[in-house]
Design a protein around this ligand. Structure first.
Ligand SMILES: Cc1cc2nc3c(=O)[nH]c(=O)nc-3n(C[C@H](O)[C@H](O)[C@H](O)COP(=O)(O)OP(=O)(O)OC[C@H]3O[C@@H](n4cnc5c(N)ncnc54)[C@H](O)[C@@H]3O)c2cc1C
Length: 84
C-alpha cells in the first residue's frame, strides 16, 4: 500500500522551513501610580511578558505604604493624609 505523502509531521516541518518567524513585539502596559497595587501589577505584567512603564506623581514609590520624612522624623503617609 502506498504511504500518504502529507502527514501532519511532514506538513509541520515544511511549514516551519518556509516561514521565517519574527519575534512578536512585547505588548506594552502603562500603570499610573506606584503604590502597592501598581507595583504588584507591574511585576506581574512584566513577568507575563509585558513591557511595563510605571508613572508616579510623588518622589517615592509605595503610596499609602510610604513615609513622609520631616526634621528627622518619619511619619506613615496614610496617617499624615488623615491629619490634613
Ligand atoms: C492607616 C492605614 C493602615 C493600613 N494598614 C494595613 C495593613 O496593616 N495591612 C494591609 O494589608 N493594608 C493596610 N492598609 C491598606 C493599604 O495601605 C492600602 O490598601 C494600599 O496601600 C493601597 O495601595 P494602592 O496601590 O491601591 O493605592 P495607593 O497606596 O494609594 O497608591 C496609589 C499611588 O498612585 C499615585 N498616584 C495617584 N494619582 C496619580 C497620578 N495622577 N499620576 C501619578 N501617580 C498617581 C499616588 O501617589 C500613589 O503612590 C492600611 C491603610 C491605612 C490608611
Amino acid at each position: 500500500m502506498k504511504e500518504p505523502t502529507t502527514t501532519a509531521a511532514a506538513a509541520s516541518s515544511s511549514t516551519s522551513a518556509s516561514v521565517d518567524p519574527q519575534p512578536l513585539p512585547r505588548p506594552k502596559a502603562i500603570i499610573i501610580g506606584a503604590g502597592v497595587g501598581g507595583t504588584a501589577t507591574a511585576a506581574r505584567l512584566s513577568h507575563a511578558g509585558f513591557d511595563v512603564e510605571v508613572y508616579e506623581k510623588n518622589e517615592e514609590s509605595g503610596g499609602r505604604c510610604s513615609l513622609i520624612r520631616y526634621q528627622g522624623w518619619r511619619f506613615d503617609q496614610a496617617v499624615v493624609e488623615r491629619m490634613r
